[in-house]
Design a protein around this ligand. Sequence first.
Ligand SMILES: *[C@@H]1O[C@H](CO)[C@@H](O)[C@H](O)[C@H]1NC(C)=O
Ligand SMILES: *[C@@H]1O[C@H](CO)[C@@H](O)[C@H](O)[C@H]1NC(C)=O
Ligand SMILES: *[C@@H]1O[C@H](CO)[C@@H](O)[C@H](O)[C@H]1NC(C)=O
Ligand SMILES: *[C@@H]1O[C@H](CO)[C@@H](O)[C@H](O)[C@H]1NC(C)=O
Length: 382
Amino acid sequence: MEMVKVSVVALILSVLSVQTVEGKDFPPCNFRSVYNFGDSNSDTGGGSAAFYPAGPPSGETFFGRPAGRGSDGRLIIDFIAEHLGLPHLSPYLDSIGTSYRHGANFAVGGSTIRPQNESMSLNGVSPFSLNIQFIQYNQFKARTSYLYNQAKKNYYRKHLPRTQDFSQALYVIDIGQNDMAAGFRLKNDSEFQASMPDIVEQLAEAVQNLYDQGARIFWIHNTGPIGCLPVTLHYHLKPDELDKQGCLKSQNDFAVEFNRQLKDRVIKLRTELPDAALTYVDMYAAKYELIGKAKQQGFVDAAEICCGFHEDDIHVYCGNKMQLNGTEIYAGSCEDPSKYISWDGVHYTEAANHWIANHIINGSFSDPPLPITHACHKPSLE
Ligand SMILES: *[C@@H]1O[C@H](CO)[C@@H](O)[C@H](O)[C@H]1NC(C)=O
Ligand SMILES: *[C@@H]1O[C@H](CO)[C@@H](O)[C@H](O)[C@H]1NC(C)=O
Ligand SMILES: *[C@@H]1O[C@H](CO)[C@@H](O)[C@H](O)[C@H]1NC(C)=O
Ligand SMILES: *[C@@H]1O[C@H](CO)[C@@H](O)[C@H](O)[C@H]1NC(C)=O
């Protein structure tokens, strides 16, 4: 129904407007809720609730305490929620102090698109792969809808999503980085290359499954330049392995190839899911631009890590301690995290997340290039 109305409005506009009709000419979508699926890049406390809580100094910049995030402060998904006028998303796995009125977050650090066979303790791989996150969403939707309809008083409903909001919510997906990491760890190049279509297909299946459950509006981040993560760069790389930005080229090439296939698949999904509005967001380009412009944007070199001790062959990760020749090394945070892009060698600082969020929110890295506030509109009139 909503789509029909939009098309009528769009038709009128296309007649009246001299320029090509852009989504910005449409009214904003007024999202009342956001559902997010992903890994540590958008985990707002799921991993901390399920496993070990994130320790200090994480959270120090914005929350003043560890807040379940792999950063000194807010993540891109937090800035997205704020931009839409919504509260930060409560993790589905968290049973303390949560409210799901405006959506839920199924992201857990270490999660992959494809279920992994590795032991978690070895490589931090999460059992909450995307298919499991979808099953959790299903359960969430069924049970909250039941409770919502049962509750006689508004008081009992206030932390539950309104049943009618599910189909108008924004569904954000940001996952794939750990599939890249697993590929590098477990497969040779040709095996990894051969597995790529299946990884992409499983992401597409998750979108299809959500669609079958009534989701219509998708905002899909591609995977970032994993070869630029400073933690990788501290492992003795030769100059000819690096690209112009000083990132590990072979790893970035895989991320670029994944993204190419993902974008093709999202375009194909637009014909398979006719009532869906699917936005593909080039997170890779946004992050890569920031890394390339680090100095110009007021940051220190992008390879510098704010929190963590990495020298020679000694690696002490953010917040950890190590005895070294009788001296204790504590990997605390840098003096001014707002000058750094990398928080802990893997995750971005709040300052970097803010920069990236500001640059993707207005649609300048999106296909179609609509601001996130307008992501419910389909570019069918070009
Ligand atoms: C895990 O193992 C199963 C069964 O051997 C296999 O089908 C699946 O492809 C494996 N998953 C990955 C990500 O390698
Ligand atoms: C990659 O692994 C596969 C399967 O183990 C093997 O057949 C192939 O020869 C390997 N390729 C290279 C380039 O090492
Ligand atoms: C620790 O001690 C060993 C042996 O005495 C020495 O080779 C090494 O350089 C020392 N490491 C540091 C970081 O001081
Ligand atoms: C989007 O926002 C960024 C950051 O403020 C700005 O540099 C860019 O020009 C904007 N793009 C568009 C299309 O508005």
